[in-house]
Design a protein around this ligand. Structure first.
Ligand code: ATP
Length: 448
C-alpha cells in the first residue's frame, strides 16, 4: 500500500515522516507474513483433524475385531493362534485331494466339532478342529470343505468378498489438492446432495432428475484420482477404484460380469460408496459399427455399466453408490454415458493454481524466507500438470539435501527449484523419459 506513490504522498501530506512510513511498511509486511502463517496453520489443523478421524476409524475397527475374537475365544473356552486368511487359503489351494462340501452342525464342545456332508454318505461326524483354524470360525451353519475319506475339515467355504474389488483406504483431504477450488465445490455439491438425507428428500419432492454420476475430464496428472480419494475421505465413504482397461476382457460377457461384481461389491457395504473408474473411454466408446476387434464385448460391458448407473440392478443392499468416471479423451465417449453424467473439467493448472500446488507440496519444507513462488511459476512450462509440479518439489527438496551448505539450518531455496525444473525439462527426471510409459503394449500388459 505505502509503495504506491499516491498513498505515500497522502501520508506525507498527513504529516507522517519517511521513517514512520517505512515502519508502517514493515508492519504491513509482518502482518501479511503472520496471516500467511495463520492460513498454513489452519490448513495443518484441518488436515490433522481429517487424519485423526481416519485413524480413529481404523482404531475402532481394530478394537471391534479384537473384541469379537476375545469374546468368541471365551465362548469356546480357549483361543487358538489365529492364522492369516492368506495362509489358510494357500494351504487349501495347494491341497490337491478332492473335497466334498459339508456344514458344521454343532460347534466345538471342548472335544470335537460336528459336521455333516452335503452329499452321501449323510450323517453327523465328530472331527478335530483343523490345525490353522480358530474354533470360533466354525460355528453351527458354517459351510466347510471336507476330506471325503475321513470327513476332516480342510477349509472354510466363505461367501467371500470379491478379491478383485476391495475398498481403497485414503487419508487424502481437499487440503492436499491445490488450485482446484471450483472443482472441489462442484464435487461437494453433487455428491453432498446425494448423501444428505434432507437435501435428497427435497430433490425427490421437487421431482428433480439428477445426473446419476460424475465425469472428470482432463489430461493425465491433473489430480482427478487425488480428488476422488479426498472426496471419499471427506464424506467417510468406501471407494472402489478400477482402471477401465482392467474391465476389458477377451471373452464375450466377461467384462459385463466384472462390472456387475464391482457394483454388487460396492452395494454390499453398510456405508455409501464411490465406484471410481479411471480411463472410462476404454469401455464407454461410441457404439461401433465394426463388431470385430472386441467391439461387441466392449458394448456389452458398456450396457451393463449403463444399467448399473441407472440403478436397474440394485435389487438389495446399500443404494447409495455414486459413480465417478475419469477420462482424458472425452471425444470418443458414447453419448449414452455422457448424458448420464455431470461433466467436470479438471484442466492443466494456470499460474495461480500452479502456485497453490507448489504450496501444497512444500508445506512441510523449511523454505528460504525470501522464496517467491511467483518466480518459480514463471519458469514452469505452461503445460505442466500437478503431477509435474509434485515432481519438481520432490526434486527441489533432494537438491537442498545435497547442497554444499551442509545440513545445519537446511532450507529449500529458489535455486533448488530452478535446478529441478531444468532437470525435468531436459528429461533427466520424471516420467517423460522415453523408455517408460510411451509404449502402449507395456501399458496394456499392466492391466491385462
Ligand atoms: P491420470 O489421468 O494419469 O490417472 P490424474 O489426473 O488422476 O492422472 P492424479 O493421479 O490424481 O492425476 O495425480 C498424480 C499426482 O500428482 C497426485 O498424487 C499429486 O501428488 C499430484 N497432483 C496432481 N494434481 C494435483 C493438484 N491439483 N494438487 C496437488 N497435487 C496434485
Amino acid at each position: 500500500m505505502s509503495d504506491d506513490p499516491e498513498i505515500r504522498k497522502d501520508l506525507l501530506d498527513d504529516g507522517f515522516s519517511d521513517k514512520e512510513i517505512e515502519e508502517l511498511q514493515k508492519a504491513i509486511k509482518s502482518s501479511e507474513k503472520l496471516s500467511n502463517t495463520l492460513r498454513a496453520y489452519n490448513r495443518a489443523v484441518e488436515k490433522a483433524d481429517q487424519q485423526e478421524k481416519f485413524y480413529q476409524r481404523k482404531i475402532s475397527k481394530l478394537k471391534q475385531n479384537i473384541d469379537n475374537k476375545v469374546s468368541a475365544g471365551r465362548k469356546n473356552g480357549f483361543m487358538k493362534k489365529a492364522v492369516s486368511p492368506s495362509k489358510s487359503r494357500s494351504a487349501s489351494s495347494s491341497n490337491k485331494t478332492p473335497v466334498m462340501r459339508g456344514v458344521v452342525t454343532k460347534e466345538y464342545d471342548g472335544d470335537r466339532i460336528w459336521v455333516e456332508p452335503k452329499s452321501a454318505p449323510r450323517g453327523e461326524y465328530g472331527v478335530d478342529v483343523p490345525s490353522g483354524f480358530d474354533a470360533e470360525d466354525l460355528n453351527a451353519g458354517t459351510e466347510v470343505a471336507l476330506d471325503p475319506q475321513n470327513f476332516t475339515i480342510l477349509d472354510v467355504v466363505k461367501e467371500s468378498k470379491d478379491p478383485d474389488f476391495k475398498p481403497v483406504e485414503s487419508d487424502k483431504t481437499f487440503s492436499d489438492v491445490g488450485g482446484l477450488d471450483e472443482v472441489i465445490d462442484t464435487l461437494r455439491r453433487n455428491v453432498g446432495v446425494q448423501l444428505n438425507d434432507e437435501r435428497r428428500a427435497k430433490v425427490d419432492e421437487w421431482g428433480l432428475d439428477l445426473d446419476k454420476s460424475l465425469m472428470l475430464v482432463g489430461p493425465p496428472g491433473t489430480g482427478k484420482t487425488l480428488l476422488v480419494k479426498a472426496l471419499a475421505n471427506e464424506y467417510d465413504i468406501d471407494m472402489y477404484m478400477v482402471n477401465g482397461p482392467q474391465l476389458v476382457e477377451k471373452f464375450i460377457g466377461e467384462g459385463a460380469k466384472k462390472i456387475r461384481r464391482l457394483y454388487s461389491q460396492a452395494r454390499s457395504g453398510e456405508r455409501p460408496s464411490i465406484v471410481f473408474i479411471d480411463e472410462i473411454d476404454s469401455i464407454a466408446k461410441k457404439r461401433q459399427e465394426d463388431r470385430r476387434h472386441g467391439g461387441e464385448e466392449v458394448e456389452r460391458t458398456m450396457s451393463q455399466l449403463l444399467s448399473e448407473i441407472d440403478g436397474l440392478d440394485k435389487e438389495d443392499g446399500n443404494q447409495n453408490v455414486i459413480s465417478v468416471f475419469a477420462t482424458n479423451n472425452p471425444s470418443i465417449l458414447d453419448p449414452a454415458i455422457i448424458n448420464r453424467c455431470s461433466a467436470v473439467e479438471v484442466g492443466v493448472p494456470g499460474g495461480k493454481a500452479k502456485k497453490e500446488i507448489l504450496q501444497v507440496h512444500t508445506r512441510d519444507f523449511p523454505l528460504d524466507e525470501g522464496l517467491d513462488f511467483g518466480k518459480v511459476v514463471e519458469e514452469v512450462p505452461e503445460d505442466y500438470t500437478g503431477r509435474d509440479i509434485a515432481q519438481i518439489c520432490k526434486q527441489a527438496a533432494i537438491n537442498a539435501l545435497y547442497s554444499e551448505d551442509g545440513f545445519e539450518d537446511i532450507e529449500v531455496e529458489i535455486s533448488d527449484f530452478m535446478a529441478a525444473i531444468k532437470d525435468l525439462k531436459e528429461g533427466n527426471i520424471g516420467m517423460g523419459k522415453e523408455f517408460i510409459g510411451q509404449d502402449n503394449e507395456f501399458h496394456e500388459e499392466i492391466f491385462a
